[in-house]
Design a protein around this ligand. Sequence first.
Ligand SMILES: Cc1ncc(COP(=O)(O)O)c(C=O)c1O
Length: 435
Amino acid sequence: MKGQELYKRAKVRIPGGTQLLTKRPELFLPEQWPAYYSRAKGAEVWDLDGKKYIDMSYMGIGACVLGYADPDVNKAVKSAVDDGSMSTLNCPEEVELAELLCDIHPWAQMARYARTGGEAVSVAVRIARAKTKKDKIAFCGYHGWRDWYLAANLSQSDALDGHLMPGLEPAGVPRVLKGTSIPFHYNRIDELKTIVDKNKNELAAIVMEPLRNYQPEPGFLEEVRQVATDTKAMLIFDEVSAGFRLNCGGAHLLYKVVPDIAVFGKAISNGYPMAAVIGTAGVMQAAQDSFISSTYWTERVGPVAALATIRKYQHCRVEKHLVSIGRLVQEGWKSAAGRHNLTVGISGIPPLGHFTFDYPNDLAIRTLFTQEMLSRGFLATNAFYASYAHQEGHVNKYIKAVDEVFGLIAKAIEKNGVEGLLKGPVAHAGFYRLA
Ligand SMILES: Cc1ncc(COP(=O)(O)O)c(C=O)c1O
């Protein structure tokens, strides 16, 4: 397999093999995952050997909400490239995009940009610290690779265990940041209140996803808002993954809880690098008290791709499709598990669904699932991120294959034979998000 050959070369030249943990082939199927693609279109991906798969996994790790190589987004991007994607002057589309994002989120009046999610959340944290003149951050969930976030593991080497990858080392993060980032769990307002009590008047921001794997308990988001207001901390909703899945805009709009800052990435630009930080004018103006500036935040492809993606999203009511396709997949998992008496736990909002094999050797079972699905023509793991390019036909084929593979797994579990069916090593554990 050409992909695995190339991956061996990658590990010699690229520490860790890939640029994103979630694209590491060992997380899916060590020694057998195709690893690289030559072409991606709609919901399909071709590997380096020209073999075609239907992507029923992460769809560009959540970045390609319209599907791969969307024709409308690509048309807009190609024309921006032909007209010059960079110049000494600014691109007008960045103003148009700020206006569009503020129209969609009427509580916000201003926007700044970055190109990746982690970078944009760091911009938001910098603005919050500049605005409040305070340092500490209370957070819940995953927010990228930056120092402000990994600092949580300096206080207690296992602070992020069970949230990110167990044993994650914050090597390279200055030890002086110890105690500046403090985690709490989703739906645990008591934990947040304890952090506030212990760090009176020191919190610059509360950073969290408005929802992800769980719906908020009634009143939870409202209470978080109140705590932020009372302690004069900025409430930052990280919408990098949750945004533009259930509705056109931040998921917080559904709950009518308004943050001071919201951060977008991934889904807003369908695979082209773009991220946005929006907020109230009073808060965003604090960006001017700090130095927040980067050359490639001014290039044109990102804003053009975002405008084309969001307009298509609005025009086609993409969220309806994502929810209905995601539901079909979750129902398919549930009924296939039921038919074969497999104990499978299903979670996540319909557009970002996950399941777990609830057995002691769950990782080996998941590896077998990926191995068998791959041989049936699917990129598949225990998650499905819906896109506008997924059609019912894809889901039907996929669920038929899932049914076969769940049957095979059930028999293997009965005979204690899961490991014996694996053609390679068991997959590595992925990172866990803060619940
Ligand atoms: C909620 C959330 N925030 C931030 C990030 C980091 O984004 P990026 O990988 O683009 O830096 C992610 C990525 O998965 C995310 O899901």
